[in-house]
Write a protein that binds this ligand. Structure first.
Ligand code: UGA
Length: 458
């Protein structure tokens, strides 16, 4: 089947907008990216990508002939499909702030014209936002026509750090809305659904991957799928963390337990990694978003509330562990390895390292922190925190009383931990991401064995 290239406008050039623009251009469409921030647009026009995402700059460069960047909304008039990919940061009460979605809808509306145009919500938005956007369009578009202008919810499931592979080889594509608009979206995504595009060198097609499932739903169900998926993943992590705490008390090993339960296909092994818990811009906000929706409907959601409580308890647990080891933190040098909320990103939003640094300095510790890429960003965004930047990873260890692994960067996994601990005043290392392998572990892994509390098992 030959695919018809379409004209697409993408509003918002954050993670979701840039990922969407790159994907759609790569599968053959002509894309215009719109952002109200002239600095971001100027950077993109000169080939600079304003976020750190592995492979994204190469992919955008390879499709530059099908991409334009502008601050002018009138580019919407020629578009067959208009994606809203703006931020929905948490408001003061934790529920998502829709001001950017509202202004994107109001700004694009006057440029809708006579041909069939689909307006797509890709930002993570509360249930009911699709209808709200539709009302805004009716209000602000003089010639709004229900037959020709329809709103679709098409939630995004990509993770920062693996955004390209997640977008090119998704498990599913969710399309919520009226039949005609969903049919147009199916045509837009046809090369993705049929996997007829050439896999980019930086994101090869995973072994065994065939094609995504297409889930066609109502607007409200699609919006709910996004929130429920993130809340479930957050729940899985908090479950693993709750079990981990009990494991420590009864002498079990959470990694072995996670392997043992994850092999049950009904459970699955992913997102059972215990440690410092989740951070980032999504899990906390979306879980809280569902709780707020419940409150609006007088419907308590105790499971989700517990997931949040367990998550933030993990940050306190790590400090308590340190206090048990060192008795006091006054004047002690504590090193933090990793500042970004997870590896392969410089995103610092809701990063556990932030709360650790804040608490450690409150308790009188001198903190030295390192991150392979997030340090310049931290210097800007964490200016309110007191810590020393480590120019080299070794500086974190030199004469330190304790070191905490806060983010599981591969570079940290590969450290010579014996040599590093030799640089410390006392080798107190809190591996809050479970990454350290002793030489014995490494030897045993090579022959397919593992250790349990010093015992060697076949
Ligand atoms: C998450 C979802 O995984 C995506 O599917 C979704 O599209 C995205 O939110 C979004 O809504 O935009 P992301 O926040 O980029 O993606 O990162 P994840 O890889 O999911 O990690 C989130 C946090 O959970 C990280 O802090 C990570 O360290 C932590 N985590 C993850 C664990 O503590 N344990 C695990 O087993 C897995």
């Amino acid at each position: 089947m030959t695919h018809q290239p379409m004209r697409v406008a993408v509003i918002g050039t954050g993670y979701v907008g840039l990922g969407t623009a790159a994907l759609l251009a790569h599968i053959g469409h002509d894309v215009v990216g719109i952002d109200i921030d002239p600095d971001k647009i100027a950077a993109l026009q000169s080939g600079q990508v304003p976020i750190h995402e592995p492979g994204l700059d190469d992919l955008l460069a390879s499709v530059a002939h099908r991409l334009t960047w502008t601050t002018a909304y009138d580019a919407v008039s020629a578009a067959d499909v208009v994606f809203i990919c703006v931020g929905t940061p948490p408001g003061p009460d934790g529920s998502p702030d829709l001001q950017y979605v509202a202004s994107a809808a109001a700004n694009l509306a006057p440029h809708l014209n006579g041909h069939m145009q689909v307006i797509v919500n890709k930002s993570t938005v509360p249930i009911g936002t699709g209808d709200y956007v539709q009302r805004l369009l009716e209000e602000h578009a003089p010639g709004y026509d229900h037959g020709r202008h329809q709103v679709v919810s098409n939630p995004e499931f990509l993770r920062e750090g693996t955004a390209l592979a997640d977008s090119l080889y998704p498990d599913r594509i969710v399309l919520g809305g009226a039949e005609g608009a969903v049919a147009k979206m199916t045509a837009l995504y046809a090369p993705l659904i049929e996997q007829t595009f050439t896999a980019p060198a930086t994101a090869p097609r995973p072994d065994g991957y065939t094609r995504p499932a297409v889930v066609r739903t109502t607007l409200q169900s699609a919006e709910m799928i996004k929130y429920a998926a993130n809340a479930f993943l957050a729940l899985k992590i908090s479950f693993a963390n709750e079990i981990a705490g009990l494991c420590e008390r009864v002498g079990a090993d959470i990694e072995e337990v996670a392997t043992g339960i994850g092999l049950d296909q009904r459970i699955g092994h992913r997102f059972l990694q215990a440690g410092l818990g989740w951070g980032g811009s999504c899990f906390g906000k979306d879980t809280q978003g569902l709780i707020s929706a419940g409150q609006e409907h007088n419907y308590p959601m105790p499971i989700l509330e517990a997931a949040i409580e367990v998550n933030y308890r993990q940050r306190r647990v790590i400090i308590d562990k340190l206090l048990r080891q060192l008795k006091t933190l006054k004047g002690k040098k504590v090193g933090i390895l990793g500042m970004a909320f997870k590896p392969d990103t410089d995103d610092l939003r809701d990063a556990p390292a932030h709360d650790l640094i804040q608490r450690l300095t409150q308790l009188g510790a001198r903190v030295t922190a390192h991150d392979p890429i997030a340090m310049p960003r931290a210097a800007r965004e964490w200016a309110h925190l007191t810590y020393q930047e480590a120019a080299q990873v070794e500086d974190v260890f030199d004469r330190a009383d304790a070191v905490i692994v806060a983010t599981e960067w591969t570079a940290y996994r590969l450290l010579d931990w014996t040599a590093m601990s030799g640089r410390m005043r006392a080798p107190v290392i809190i591996d809050a991401r479970n990454i350290i392998r002793t030489p014995l572990d490494a030897e045993l892994e090579q022959v397919g064995r593992s250790t349990v509390k010093g015992q060697v098992l076949p």
